[in-house]
Design a protein around this ligand. Sequence first.
Ligand code: NAD
Length: 470
Amino acid sequence: MTNQSEMITDLVQKVVEQLAAKEKSSISQGDHPSADGMYDSVDVAVACAATAQKQLLKLSLKQREKIIASIRKACLENNEELAAFAIEDTGYGRYEDKVRENILCAEKTPGTEDLVPTAMTGDSGLALVEPAPVGVIGALTPITNPTGTLINNTISMVAAGNTVVFNPHPSAKATSAKMVALLHKAIVDAGGPPATITAIAEPTLDRAKEIINHPGINMLVATGGKPVVKAVLSSGKKAIGAGAGNPPALVDETANIRQAAECIVNGASINNNIFCICEKEVIVVEEVADSLIKFMVETGKAYLLNEAEEKKMTALVVTPDGKANPACIGKNVQKILAEIGVTVGEEYRLAIFRAPKDHPLVWKEQMMPVIPIVSVKDIDEAIDFAVEVEQGNRHTAIMHSTNVEHLSRFARAVQTTIFVKNGPCYAGIGLGGEGHTSFTIAGPTGEGLTSARSFTRARRCVLVEGFRII
Ligand code: NAD
């Protein structure tokens, strides 16, 4: 009996010692941030980010804004190099569009001005609701826009007073490391704490899960497909999920058809269709279908596949198990067309084809510059079908029409986070359209185009006047 209780006491003592050692080591780990923002261990990255968050809180808002200004400047100064590197590393996108992506994120991601407190006053005094930092954020980022997402997330999250542990997509780890090193230097140069942003050097699914479950992570942000959004939403922590889309572009008989054609060609081909907001299928009312296709071809940037070419194309871009062929995702149209024996000039950006409703590319998020065009009888059928193909993602929809009733009816029926009228998809993220940009568009959790305020907690501060017991 004595032996047994001694053994238990010993065991408890050991566990207590181990916990104390772990706590001590994580405290000292937090005091030794890496020189470039990259970390081998999730524990160390979280510990350093936690220390940095306390330091960041001691800085004034003006100092925080200086850090943001330094980030914007560094991204713009290194833009061309970053864009070229990202394309080389991931194999996704077009150089000139990556350059636009980086400028957009550096210039149109809101900073601290986005943090707007609200005040309530009355006989009892003043109540102020302030947007306070959440703490350390675990951010899981996609392969599709590694530069834009890191710039955008860093500005938004740091402007709100948080620090970040990024787990980039494993196939974009080199671009992400380069991006993090640049952002890290910009932050430190402006007087920011050295572990304001941290990233895992060898990101894997297991590392992502470690971040999701780490007790030192206060909030999770997932930008990616359905599984990662589900993973963060099942974590029991505050989480933002920015998930997949399959944006339909609807064209009715009242639209300015030439303008619609130009907008769709430009929108669907930006960065070779890898943006989640890009037009992924066109649904057109039958009486204007021929003119829409004619005008798309007349832009000189869209190649219309004939029936035989369409069959070869479908066999190429859709795998036997019905997925988008990874070898074609984000590639230039010249490369994809060459695979089916078609040669086109450098000015081409998109391949289009007439498709039946059940064509796999109508339903898949293909993320390549190959777009099906489905014609339907009338606006009623167009709206019903577009809602169906959007599949409840609540992501993005585009419509070309001059009929206000049609526009409102589709907007109400599809309920997407972004609804673009008479423009290319990218107007919805502030490129040639009004409003700020975001590369984390939170449809599933409803924050919409995230910005600094999305990464805050509401904190009420009350000043009491004429206090009396009631
Ligand atoms: P992805 O879901 O494969 O990966 C995104 C991130 O999540 C990566 O860091 C990955 O390592 C991690 N991850 C993936 N599955 C996970 C799981 N089960 N548990 C934990 N972590 C996991 O997405 P992707 O292929 O990199 O990006 C393309 C997708 O992202 C498309 O569906 C696109 O629509 C979507 N996307 C959405 C937005 C938006 O703002 N809504 C922006 C960009 C991309």
